[in-house]
Design a protein around this ligand. Structure first.
Ligand SMILES: [Zn+2]
Length: 443
């Protein structure tokens, strides 16, 4: 491996668009045929839609294949073989890894992977890490509790695969992790934006260590949209004195996207391994043009154990207008994952986006990193309460901070808020995914 080469896979990452489309079509037909033959769940779904794998002759035909929702997977998993149900396309003997979704929006999905799938996972992550500047010689610290959630497992293996040295931060607590980073002079790490921000706070307040003075030069974030939100990225980069990159993936899908070094705030879709479609949630039509938001429906083109064919991810994304200056032909999505289709609720008739609120809160100086949004009803009227923390040294500037926050919120989200100021450090801290948004109207 030439460590100076720009791409992990120069052939695939610069494949002309028409060849990429041909590759996607070929692979899509192959995975459709595979699921039709080996999974009664998929076969029943396609038979019901009166579609056979050989009917797919162009990428436009892909639209005819029914999308799979998470609830359908949960139902299918009540059948045999236990615990994966008839989603499984291989025998149980071939399954080598169990993971599950966090189940934040209902029952968890159990995910089976074969050894080939597991190699595929780390190959996908190798594209990500190489694009973000990871090279042999990097010492990568992974501050995450290795467990049933897939999180950074594949990032660990990919870092080893490309020749980095990996330090598994496993069950160490946050302070021990920071001290280990300091002792070993680790150069890179991976984590959720929430946890990485919390780590910086712990370093400063409990260990009297300035995280920016440590040797971390790059951080890969995943699990939440934060690293693609401009003000959150800036807070992370300032705190650690490091470059911060985003990645989005999911247990049922795989590691489908990554930010490169050339277009901050945008992410490439790994189109050699995934077919991403943006679908208008209202009309169900495909969105090809840049700048229009829709939900991601995605196919993992090479995953065989428990495949992902036209999975309705409910992630809200939009295509970016221009190709990336890095030279990759993989398309970019603008602003990363913009939220969940389910989260984008209407308040007083206006669409409310939690990522827009995060961007405002993190851009106001004097506020802590944590916040919480609660939507409820007062009489017949929707009400949004935003809870924020005031940092210790800003208490005497509270009124001006409040004015600025209210003004920016109105400007960026077109809504008015009831603001609650809480003492610094009193809102909940999250180790994995933060739960900052509560809609009490649904109860
Ligand atoms: Zn790029």
């Amino acid at each position: 491996m030439n460590t100076r080469q720009r791409y992990w896979n120069p052939f695939l990452e610069t494949l002309p668009r028409e060849k990429l489309a041909a590759l996607q079509l070929k692979k899509f037909r192959r995975i459709l045929e595979w699921t039709y033959r080996h999974s009664s769940f998929h076969r029943a779904l396609y038979d019901q839609a009166r579609i056979r794998p050989e009917d797919i002759r162009s990428l436009e035909d892909v639209q005819r294949v029914p999308a799979v929702e998470k609830s359908m997977m949960v139902d299918a998993q009540r059948k045999d073989p236990y615990p994966y149900g008839d989603l499984l396309c291989v025998s149980l003997d071939e399954v080598t890894a169990f993971r599950q979704t966090s189940g934040t929006t209902g029952l968890p999905v159990y995910q089976a992977d074969t050894w080939q799938d597991w190699e595929w996972w780390s190959e996908c992550w190798a594209f990500i890490l190489w694009a973000q500047g990871y090279r042999p010689g990097d010492r990568v610290f992974i501050p995450f509790g290795y467990n049933i959630f897939v999180a950074f497992w594949a990032g660990h293996y990919a870092a080893e695969k490309i020749g980095c040295e990996v330090v598994p931060g496993g069950v160490l607590d946050t302070k021990a992790r920071i001290l280990k980073i300091q002792e070993l002079k680790a150069t890179a790490m991976m984590g959720t934006p929430t946890y990485i921000l919390g780590m910086a706070e712990t370093a400063r307040t409990q260990l009297n260590i300035d995280p920016a003075a440590l040797t971390i030069s790059k951080i890969t974030c995943a699990g939440e949209p934060g690293a693609s939100i401009f003000s959150t990225k800036k807070r992370l980069e300032d705190a650690w004195g490091a470059k911060v990159y985003d990645h989005a993936g999911a247990t049922e899908i795989g590691a489908w996207s990554f930010e490169c070094q050339h277009r901050p705030g945008h992410m490439h879709v790994n189109e050699a391994f995934f077919l991403a479609e943006i679908i208008d949630p209202q009309t169900g039509r495909l969105i090809e043009e840049p700048g229009r938001k829709g939900k991601l429906v995605i196919t993992a083109l090479d995953r065989i154990g428990q495949p992902c064919v036209r999975f309705d991810s409910k992630d809200l994304i939009e295509w970016a207008p221009e190709p990336c200056p890095c030279g990759r032909t993989f398309r970019l999505i603008r602003g990363g994952v913009l939220g969940r289709v389910d989260d984008i609720t209407k308040v007083k008739g206006v669409l409310l986006s939690p990522t827009a609120i995060e961007d405002v809160v993190r851009s106001v100086q004097g506020l802590g990193d944590e916040f919480e949004v609660v939507v409820d009803k007062k009489g017949e009227t929707d009400r949004i309460t935003l809870k924020v923390e005031l940092s210790e040294d800003s208490r005497d500037r509270r009124q001006s901070i409040e004015d600025r926050l209210q003004e920016q919120l109105r400007l960026k989200t077109n809504l008015g808020y009831r603001l609650e100021f809480h003492p610094y450090g009193s809102l909940p801290r999250y180790e994995v995914k933060a739960k900052r948004f509560k809609d009490l109207r649904k109860k």
